[in-house]
Ligand binder design. Structure first.
Ligand code: 4EZ
Length: 231
């Protein structure tokens, strides 16, 4: 019997999920609250990690090792790099990289450390489920690289650099951490984001204005996927 982890970074990113769970049991572990419950008869564990790579690594690890989840879905918001992405649009990662990882002084490419990989791919089966949901609901869904780093990007030059260096379409602060943990532990994972801003001068303002609405777009889509995952 499978158990699905659904993770966000901020309370706003998981609130629309919690609102639809049944038989919820709260449990505090490793200084974080985990919500164990059911969605349409399927067992899920929901948690927000707090912002950034370190907290996201901790939460993803706990969801797998402590709560025994055997798939992990991330739901949240992101800054757009691609100009095909507007506020509220959905993007799924085919791969994730760390844009702030830099040992280029030793001749390595950006985002690479020995025994790691620049871009970690997400589970193909989960991506296909997402495409089926998008098709059925008539929703636009972009697939591309998502770049992760411990920075809220609100700078057109930095955004451009990340886009060119990693061929990335969107950026955020947790996805690659989930990718590192799940690929190391052989757990299928999936990263979905709805755009909240364009990572440029207006990013802070747009983020505050669209966090809630975009987080809900992402969360609603994730629950459609949960409904379709074979147990
Ligand atoms: C991080 N998340 C933002 C957290 C911002 C403010 C209190 C997503 C995100 C993002 N990350 C949305 N837009 C972003 C941007 N422009 N740069 C980085 O995952 C917390």
């Amino acid at each position: 019997m499978s158990k699905i982890a659904i993770m966000g970074a901020m309370p706003e990113e998981i609130e629309p999920l919690l609102a639809k769970l049944e038989n919820v049991q709260e449990c505090i572990y490793a200084a974080n609250t985990y919500y164990q419950g059911e969605y349409k008869g399927k067992e899920v564990v929901v948690a927000y990690s707090k912002i950034g790579k370190v907290f996201a690594t901790l939460t993803a690890t706990m969801l797998i090792e402590k709560f025994c989840c055997d798939a992990l879905l991330f739901s949240g918001v992101a800054g757009a790099i691609s100009d095909e992405l507007q506020i509220g649009d959905l993007v799924i990662a085919d791969g994730l990289c760390q844009h702030d990882l830099d040992i280029t002084a030793f001749g390595h490419p950006y985002g690479y450390v020995p025994e790691g990989e620049v871009c970690i791919p997400t589970d193909v089966n989960l991506r296909n489920i997402a495409k089926a949901v998008a098709h059925e609901k008539g929703l636009k869904l972009k697939e591309g690289v998502i770049a992760t780093g411990d920075q809220f990007v609100a700078n057109p030059e930095r955004k451009e650099w990340i886009g060119q260096t990693f061929k990335a379409d969107a950026l955020e602060m947790e996805g690659a951490s989930v990718a590192v943990v799940c690929s190391a532990l052989n757990v299928p994972f999936f990263i979905l984001r709805a755009i909240s801003d364009s990572a440029d001068m207006d990013a802070g303002f747009d983020f505050d204005a669209f966090l809630e609405s975009s987080a809900k777009i992402s969360a609603d889509f994730i629950l459609e996927m949960v409904d379709r995952i074979e147990r």
